[in-house]
Structure formats: structure tokens, C-alpha cells
Ligand binder design. Sequence first.
Ligand SMILES: [Fe+2]
Ligand SMILES: [Fe+2]
Length: 415
Amino acid sequence: MLKFAGIQNPYTIGEFSVEKNAKVIQRYRYIHENLITIAAGHLPAREDWDLKVALGKHLYEDAEATDQLRKRLSQLRTSAQFINRDPDPSLSLLMEELIQANNDLELTIGIYDVIKPALIQTYKKHIAETQQIVDQPTIRILRSIIIDLEEQVAWGQEMIKVMQQANVYSEGSDEFKDKLQSFLIAAGGVDGLNEKSSSLPHRWRSLRAYNLPIKSVRDPRNMGPTTLSRTSVSNPPENPIHANLLFMMRVRQEEMTAAELIAGVIFSQKNMPWEFYFDLARHLWDEIRHALFGQAALENEGYEWMSQPQYTSDYDINAHKLPGTQYTWLSIGIEEGAMTRTGKRAEYEFCRDEAKHPLMTQFQDYDWADEVVHANLGRKWTPDLIGENIEFVREVAKQELEDFWDKVKASYSNK
Ligand SMILES: [Fe+2]
Ligand SMILES: [Fe+2]
């Protein structure tokens, strides 16, 4: 159809007034935004490496979805103050129960077998029932979110199958799924438009608060032990350049610990503007991408990295500190510190000119670009987090770095 730019059913009255539309989109926004916090809270506690990686990617995609939905809300006569409110106590209860997942399987079922399939179903219904001209901006946003959600759910379904076959966690996961589903029904579904029962559900596990682990977890069934020391690969090559290159691959692979530190900050740091969580979600996913650079490079060379000891210092040494101090240590101490001539640029040039390794050269090229962004994020947010100017923050970073390296050095001499 050439008329209406191809928009179908232009004469049909839609389901949503502006007010009703804002009300349901506020619920969509709330769910995606909470899924960020939940994935961040669980990242350091979960065991399976592939699950950690996926949580990081999907958390970033949830942040992109949240950001789009927030912008759309602001176009629907919704004040910024209203956007930051929790829309419905029974939806809050659903999220508070989801974060109480006891293991990898429960969390995977909760996100990928309960919440996200319900989101897809609701968004498809919204797209079909809304007035096609008036609500085209929402339709476009929901369509793009559905593309991400369908990929995420397909991944999650496969993961659930693999975990169920391995039979490590199965106890209790059916009950967890049933409970979450009953909380979702009690909330009237994702959009709250289904009939709500007047008998409100009782809290189940969420009487207690969810706490971050004090030490990050690596899968005890197929990964090496956590360590505060770098261990490179077993049988490193004799050629010092090649040995150095493999060491660098391993350092990249172990950046999961940086992602976990950021996850802890996202989870613990309350009351920052939305843009802070949006920035840190990307920062977190970048660090997981860096871990994947290392994983891909090592696997491509035929090195088995998973059974090696796993460096977890970034999270484990800093976990007891205030979230602002943790983010200062990483973004100013480590990342701004890597902007010198001997930092990220030198790593890239080493791969290009000395090791002459095309894949690692490409990885380090982008790693360097990402780190420029991260140092900027540090300068943008740490003064706010610490409550002092950037010169003061740099002094904090210096002290935290000294403390950190002392603990890492001690771990070497204890061997
Ligand atoms: Fe990194
Ligand atoms: Fe970084």
C-alpha cells in the first residue's frame, strides 16, 4: 500500500488512549529496568560461564529497551517524576521474588521461561491492538525489543534444556516457576490488563533481602579455582613474544571479574539518575566482550582456559568497599591509568608489530577504543559518587590501587 507510508488499518480505532498507553509502557519500562538490577545482582553469584556471558549481554539489551521506553513515556504526557515510580506493588513483588532464584537453573527459568516470553506475547498484542498511526513510535520500539527478546528466549530455552539434562539443580525449580507464574497472574499480566484477583498474593522467599556474594563464583564443576594471581596458560611457549601474547589473551579472558565489579556497583548503588545505570550496563557488557576477546583468541589457538585457575581479584578484593570507591578504583585507577603511551595503545601495537597476530590486533584495537569510553565514564560519574572533585577522586583511586596491588602481591608470595 502506497498510502499512509504503508501503515495498515489506518481507520481502525486502537486500544490505547494516551493515558492507558503510558500506564502499560510504564510497566514494560519497570520490568526491563528491574531485569538489569536482577541480572547485575546475580552475575557474580552464578556458576555457569555461558550464563554469566548471556546475563551481561541481555542486561545491556534490557538497558537499551528501558532507555527507549523512557523516551517514549516522556512523549505521552508523562512527567520524569512519574517515570521513576514503581507502577504496581504486585509487579514489584514478582521482581522481588525473581531475584530470590537459588541457582543458575531457577534464574534461567525465571527470566527466559516466565518473564521474557510474557513480554514478547504482550508486545505482540500491543502492536496488533494499538492505533497504527498514532502509536507508530511505540510500535517501532516494541518491534526492535522483540527482536532482542526472541533471541534471548531462544538462548535461554536451550540453556534450560542443557542444565536440566545435566541434572545438577533440578530440585525446586518447578515450584519456583509455578510461583513466579502465579505472581505474574496476580499482577494482571505484564500490562496489568488481565483481570486481577482481589486476594493479593503473599510474599514467598522475598521476606529476606538478596545479598551479593562476598567472593565471585566460578563453576566448580568445570572451571579452575578462583585466584588473586595471574596464571597465564599451562605450558606457555618459550618464545617470549608468543608467551607475552598468550598472557595478554588470558588477561582479556579474565575480565569477567571487572564486569562482576560493575555488576556489584549497579546492584548496590541506589538513587543515581537513570543515565548512570544506562552507562554502567554498557560498561559491564564491554568488559564481558573483552573476556570474550580472550576466550575466542585462546580457543582459536587451541588453549584450554576453562580448567585453569581463574583470576577474580577485581571483584574479590574490592567487594567490601562502597560502590563509589569500587567504580573509582576501576574507571579512574585502572582505566584512566591505561590511557598512557604504555597502556592500551602499547598493547595494540605489540599485537600488530611484534606478535603480528591479526585476530588479537583487531581485539586490542577495539579494546583500546572501549577503554577510552570507560575512562570518560569514570570522569563523568565518580565525582558524583564520591561527592568530591576529580582531583580528590584521583587521590582515592591512587590509594585504592596501592591497597589492591599489595593484596595481589601477597597472594603471589603466599604460594
Ligand atoms: Fe576491559
Ligand atoms: Fe574497561
